[in-house]
Design a protein around this ligand. Structure first.
Ligand SMILES: Cc1cc2nc3c(=O)[nH]c(=O)nc-3n(C[C@H](O)[C@H](O)[C@H](O)COP(=O)(O)O)c2cc1C
Length: 203
């Protein structure tokens, strides 16, 4: 009931610790009321659709957490509806750790970060692997003009999400984001240098 992320993440031991540390009362209020934080709204959908990378945790069949970085062109993570997202599994180092993990445990945790805007979204879900037997659904996850081959697709049925606070998130910019800011300044710099050179020639 209530906040679905809390429902999953606040296990009995976590709740006991919150009680010991004095934060339990405020967090207990999150667990009241109608279910929430399990359907993506426009804010979450826009945020996910703009990402060019995220971190993905799976669970090995021996119980270890395993985290991998996933990346692609911005928009490679598709919001399929308010409970499902999907992305292509590009050909990589061929260790198949995440895929192997999902075959014994379909639970997944993602963290997506927007560094320039200092925002991060945590997601919990269950993964379904898409193979060659589902060509239409796989094709829907394809990325145009991207060199990496697609080995399979992953569709995640979301169980819960939560936004993190921006604390300790240092703004960072991709080369492309920097170029958008710097290119007009470089152009202005070029024009000013040309003007100065003109004055110097005529001095
Ligand atoms: C040629 C190649 C080599 C790679 N080597 C590594 C590596 O040594 N370590 C790593 O974490 N990712 C590496 N990657 C990226 C991973 O292969 C990629 O993220 C992959 O999807 C990870 O699969 P996994 O989730 O099963 O670990 C490599 C990718 C390519 C294309």
């Amino acid at each position: 009931m209530g906040h679905k992320f809390a429902d999953i993440a606040f296990t009995p031991r976590v709740r006991a610790l919150q009680r010991d540390q004095g934060s339990r009362d405020s967090y207990a209020r999150m667990e009241q009321g109608a279910d929430n934080h399990h359907r993506l709204g426009p804010r979450e959908a826009d945020f996910i659709a703009a990402r060019d990378s995220f971190y993905m945790a799976s669970v090995t069949e021996t119980g270890w957490p395993y985290v991998q970085h996933r990346g692609g062109p911005a928009g490679f993570v598709r919001v399929l509806d308010d409970r499902h997202i999907g992305f292509a599994d590009f050909k990589g180092n061929r260790q198949y750790i995440s895929t192997g993990n999902f075959r014994s445990c379909d639970r997944v945790a993602l963290i997506m970060v927007d560094y320039p805007n200092r925002a991060r979204l945590k997601l919990l879900g269950r993964v379904r692997e898409l193979g060659e037997g589902e060509p239409d659904q796989l094709a829907a996850l394809a990325v145009a003009d991207y060199g990496a081959g697609i080995e399979r697709g992953f569709v995640i049925e979301l169980q819960a999400f939560d936004w993190n606070c921006p604390q300790h998130l240092v703004p960072r910019y991709s080369a492309e984001e920097l170029a958008r800011q710097l290119d007009p300044l470089r152009e202005e710099n070029r024009r000013l240098r040309a003007i100065i050179a003109g004055y110097q020639r005529n001095a």
